[in-house]
Design a protein around this ligand. Sequence first.
Ligand code: SF4
Length: 197
Amino acid sequence: MTILYLVKGNLYVNITNRCPCSCTFCIRNEAPGVYGSDSLWLEHEPSIDEIKSEFDRFDPESYGEIVFCGYGEPTERLDVVCEIGKYVKSKFGKTVRINTNGLCNLINQKPCEPMFEGAVDIVSVSLNAPDKDEYNRITRPKWDNSFEELLLFTKNVKPYVKKVVLTVVDVLKPDEIEQCRAIAEELGVDFRVRKLD
Ligand code: SF4
C-alpha cells in the first residue's frame, strides 16, 4: 500500500481512506491511484512508526513540501497529522501543508484549530461551492451544517498557521468562482482555483 508518494516535486502523505463527504468529482471514484502512484487504498491505517519509517525511503533533497492529502480526509486522524507534522518539520525542516475539507471540528467533535500550531504551516481548504445548497449537492457531506463549519474553521485556524487558502476546482462557472473569491477575501485568506485532476 502507498503511504508516501511524489506529486510534482512534493511528498504526499496518505494516512486514511475515511472521509465524511462523497464528492461528485472525487478522484477516488475514478482510479485506484494518482500521479503514477500505486494504489492509495490502504490495507490498514498506518501507525506513526510505519509512517516515520517510510520517510527513510525518500531523500529529503528530492522533494519540497510535505502534503497531507491522499485518498481520504487527513483530519480523520488529526493526532497523527500533528505528530508527523512536527516530526518532519524538526527532522527535515520542510514546509508542511494539509489539503482538507475543513470539517475537522465536526469529525473530531471539538474545536481543533489550536492543534495545528507548530505542526502545519499551510492549510488548504476545499470550498468547492459558493453557497450551502450547492456545497451539499456537490460534496454530499455527512452533516447538514458542514458549509458553515468549513467557513468557521477556515477563519479560526488563521492564528495558528502561516497561511490558509480556500480552493475551488476550475469546473465552477466564472460567476461562482468570483463568489468563492469574495468569500475568501471576506475571511482574509488566500484563494486558489485548482485544476480538476
Ligand atoms: S472530501 Fe476529498 S476525499 Fe472526501 S469525497 Fe471529497 S474529494 Fe473525495
